[in-house]
Design a protein. Sequence first.
Length: 256
Amino acid sequence: MNIGIGAMLSTFIGYILTSTLTIEQMTSWGFRFPFLLGGIIAVVCFYLRRRALETPLFSKENTTRYPFITLVTQYRKKIVMGICLTIFAACFIIFALYLPTYIHRNFHYPMHLTYLASTISLLWSAICIPFFGWVSDKLGRKILLYMSSLMVVFVSYALFYLVKSEITFLLFVFMFLYQTIVSIFSACYPPMLAELFPTKVRYSGIALCYNVAFSLGSFTPLVVTFWVERTGDPLLVGLIFSLLAIVTLIAAVLFD
């Protein structure tokens, strides 16, 4: 939920800048403003993290002196499973940050409109995540992850087809559906990552899987742009996400 609110604020800043500044102003100095704001927030987050207390369960555990070495030597299969559980969500979330630009370039919506749709849909996502967290507790995280992964496999291409119409209403429908999928996955994979590892290496295991998956996911805009330029089909991204959802689905089936 916190990530969704942060992303919403970032897209809202993008909406303000693209609505008020010309292209020349954005390229000369406007683009620096988000970096400056982000730097200030990073310092605040570092301070808060240093002050955070460990959980009682972790404090009682006989922790290993070198948790990372223990992790990579004794839990290699779980690391691979954790990365696979996270990879679809990582790529999908990273691509959400690129969506306003992607839609503007390939489907010719005004830039400020794509940022507005993204901002409102991220607010929707922040509201939905607690609800789907509750659903995952009642239904089971694995079952919810099965259902959402299968849904993405079969409807991802059709989802991106909505924006091809260049109708403003369907742009907002697309953004809301996209962020609903993000909300479902965000309610499933983080607790499943925590359940993969014992307490003594849990923090290191989650951090490694999360950061590797999101590092790989950071290439999603580049890969999608490359294939769109090669094929001329901007809807190809839907098939890419279907394949990634299959990887997460397999990992969920093997999860114990």
